[in-house]
Design a protein. Structure first.
Length: 332
């Protein structure tokens, strides 16, 4: 038993392959792991559960850290853990904070107790991987990830209770070039949907999803996106990602007030017109907007993102992140 430190990074979620009950597999996430922002969590063995949050957390975020620590201790069947959260990134903005936080706490507790770090096996008990498997796969190995979704017969219009599913298998994974950069626009807008609100919205979307959109997405994925990822062709990859995002948005039009939720649509439109950005879209429920560029054009893409915020009439933050082609860092 020893002290352990875990660093887990954000991910982008480009969309799902299918939301229609007419097909045998439901969901099927497509996304990519980023090299930041990060969660940094430390843990050491203890006789009970003690949580210290040094990351300027609100009260509910500290409560969440304690809940994840409690679940980790139960899943691992250990006496307890002292957990400290040193860094975090915002919740419910489309960067996958919930999964990365839960898995980082679990991995730190497991490593501190000298246990095997099996995040894929533990994720359902932590309430993660119930729709998309991108966050779990990103924690494991990073990179660009496509998962195989869940059996439609198991999920119908709602995910099962926590622990009663398996994380979707990875059906494709590629390292992406080191010089690729994603410009991230985080507008000052209401958080994306989560919890019961997200469940209700997804249920409504799935019940009315047009199955023909799944066929269109499949064509883009297999004929454009996967070949571009394998060959490292940035502009082709960006164009395919943007198209998958737009097609996904057609499913969500009623649930979020448009193909992209306000004010994301205006930001996507403005940023997408800039010549150094090859693919623009909304990550998950937003409000984070992403655009793909490269290292040499990152400063111009950052300026274009700020201009897009101004055009939309909203404040916000702009970040630039690379691709993380490796899993989370676990140090004992």
């Amino acid at each position: 038993m020893t002290d352990a430190r875990v660093e887990a990074t954000a991910r982008l979620h480009f969309g799902f392959q299918n939301l229609s009950l007419a097909h045998q597999r439901l969901y099927g996430g497509v996304g990519v792991a980023l090299d930041g922002p990060s969660f940094v969590v430390r843990a050491r063995p203890a006789g009970g559960i003690d949580v210290v949050d040094d990351a300027d957390a609100r009260g509910d975020e500290s409560d969440l850290a304690r809940e994840y620590a409690r679940r980790a201790v139960e899943l691992l069947d250990v006496p307890g853990a002292a957990v400290t959260v040193h860094e975090r990134f915002p919740r419910h903005v489309g960067l996958g904070s919930g999964t990365q936080f839960a898995l980082a706490v679990y991995a730190a507790v497991a490593a501190a107790h000298g246990r095997e770090v099996d995040v894929r096996g533990a994720a359902p008990g932590l309430g993660r991987g119930g729709r998309s498997g991108v966050g779990v796969a990103g924690f494991e190995r990073g990179g660009f990830v496509v998962d195989g979704g869940h059996p439609t017969s198991q999920f119908t219009t709602a995910r099962p209770a926590d622990g009663e599913w398996a994380v979707p298998p990875v059906t494709a994974r590629h390292d992406l070039p080191d010089d690729w950069r994603f410009v991230l626009v985080l507008p000052d807008a209401d958080p994306g949907r989560s919890g019961d609100d997200e469940d209700a919205s997804m249920r409504s979307v799935v019940e009315g999803a047009d199955p023909t959109l799944s066929d269109e997405i499949s064509a883009v994925l297999t004929r454009r996106l996967l070949p571009a990822a394998a060959a490292g062709r940035r502009e082709a990859f960006g164009g395919a990602v943007a198209e998958i995002g737009r097609l996904n948005g057609a499913w969500y039009t009623d649930a979020q007030g448009g193909v992209f939720r306000p004010p994301v649509g205006r930001i996507v439109e403005e940023l997408g017109e800039h010549p150094v950005v090859s693919g623009v879209g909304q990550s998950s429920w937003g409000p984070t907007v992403y655009g793909l560029t490269d290292r040499s054009s990152a400063d111009r893409a950052r300026d274009a993102a700020r201009d897009a915020l101004d055009a939309a009439g909203v404040d916000g933050r702009v970040l630039v992140a690379g691709v993380r082609n490796a899993g989370a860092t676990i140090e004992r």
